[in-house]
Design a protein around this ligand. Sequence first.
Ligand SMILES: NC(=O)C[C@H]([NH3+])C(=O)NS(=O)(=O)OC[C@H]1O[C@@H](n2cnc3c(N)ncnc32)[C@H](O)[C@@H]1O
Ligand SMILES: [Mg+2]
Length: 434
Amino acid sequence: MIEKTYCEEVKPELDGQRVKLAGWVYSNMRVGKKIFLWIRDSTGIVQTVIAKNVVGEEVFEKAKKLGRESSVIVEGIVKADERAPGGAEVHVEKLEVIQAVSEFPIPENPEQASPELLLDYRHLHIRTPKVSAIMKVKETLIMAAREWLLKNGWHEVFPPILVTGAVEGGATLFKLKYFDKYAYLSQSAQLYLEAAIFGLEKVWSLTPSFRAEKSRTRRHLTEFWHLELEGAWMDLWDIMKVEEELVSYMVQRTLELRKKEIEMFRDDLTTLKNTEPPFPRISYDEAIEILQSKGVKIEWGDDMGADEERVLTEEFDRPFFVYGYPKHIKAFYMKEDPQDPRKVLAADMLAPEGYGEIIGGSEREDNYDKLVQRIIEEGMDPKDYEWYLDLRKYGSVPHSGFGLGVERLVAWVLKLDHIRWATLFPRTPARIYP
Ligand SMILES: NC(=O)C[C@H]([NH3+])C(=O)NS(=O)(=O)OC[C@H]1O[C@@H](n2cnc3c(N)ncnc32)[C@H](O)[C@@H]1O
Ligand SMILES: [Mg+2]
């Protein structure tokens, strides 16, 4: 790899020093016998100054023609200058053009382009500074999760993606040919994590999950990254505590390490700073009452979709829990509430500012017969879940877990207007290319 100085390192303190930059042209402006060439790399942007009387006629003419995203290597002397971004610029003595670009398909301000154009050229759009910032925030959230999980004794496991059964309903399965049989793309690693707790007790995984969701909403992808935890001996209240501690750590750590990137997307950091345990907890019953009091047409027993959740989040200035959902709107594996057989011991975590559900979690049905009954009630065949039911035959224990949608969390932290911007190459019902 070439010995180079990164853009973020070009500071006034380097005044007078020779540096070599390698990157891509961000903008090119000629003023008389000088060219102000802004060069971008993974860390930021530096203004370089190319003077004809320094580089000579031929190189100057070449530099004039460099369009955005031309790849270049420049060498020169750092000059402190508060007018330049970062307070310093590089006066170029040598310019090597790796590949000149005349016409880059994405406008200088990508926000002037249509979402469809940006998605068609997503392979080029991802190099723009704002998309790089989103990816840095996403990686930092996951890095923080790993820190917290390691510190708190959770074991990472690596579940399969090719599976034979539904976890979250058969309607959103992607089915594929598997030799002489059929398989599905995993909707959730949960059932495999439940198997893993009998050895490791506290397990987690970060996997892609797949949902053949036909709904075209701002918060659904057909492929998303799924951070899932499963804990033996834990009930719903235990796992909710884990969720709020984990999410708080992820958000605070990312605020600490990626404040600059976050501020490219939101001015007001209040809800992020408020993300500290304990989070508010309301029951599903209370949520229905709040929605009805705000004029939402909803009855007890109805599911809450994005619109209802958006209204509910107006009541909170931090993430909060809704717990105790009606059994008929939730998954087969959720444990019935012993206090109220109409309900299950499930809780969703909702993000404020209209974003809604970022986590789905519950206590699992740990009784063999009850689980068989729920599988049948849901119109599924217990034979398809024989291995999963074995977990209730050989030393079953109370246990709980949850799944956090990573892109949903990123979309809230950065206040993105659509979840597709939170992933490198979004997959939706209408898009699987590039
Ligand atoms: N281990 C578990 O207990 C997880 C459980 N089996 C599960 O999959 N729950 S979930 O369907 O609510 O999905 C969990 C989260 O996964 C996210 N999710 C769920 N579906 C999507 C889609 N389609 N696109 C993006 N994100 C999605 C969203 O944040 C949900 O709260
Ligand atoms: Mg859910």
